[in-house]
Ligand binder design. Sequence first.
Ligand code: AMP
Length: 132
Amino acid sequence: MEETLSIIKPDGVNKKLIGTILKKFEDNGFEIINIKRLTLTNEQAGEFYSIHKERPFFKELVSFMTSGPCVPFVIKGENAILRVREIMGATDPSEAAEGTIRADYADSIDKNIIHGSDSKESAEIEIPFFFG
Ligand code: AMP
């Protein structure tokens, strides 16, 4: 059993995809064991994505992530970290496999609907970031 952190980003909330996305994970056998809705501050978004702070897209990423409410949640299940990323699809929706969340709903690489921890180490930092 693993736990991973996912976030429905502001574009996903704006497109009214909260229910659709949670159902997709539940239908795949996962449990949603914690969830909240909040609007990130610049400081919080900058800290969450601090690994990308030297990247050219960092400023745009922080600006987008603070543009409206998002919904972080904790997903629990077998092999959750990898499986959740498979269900999300590739970061760039034009490369995402058919039937994945990003293939179905994302507009672009920077507005890609959903985040998922990329490793056990990331999940162990990202879950307490939102849920203490
Ligand atoms: P990750 O830590 O892999 O989730 O990446 C963080 C987020 O940064 C991604 O989900 C995208 O929203 C954004 N991102 C990653 N690569 C790019 C890129 N080349 N251009 C714009 N945004 C990007």
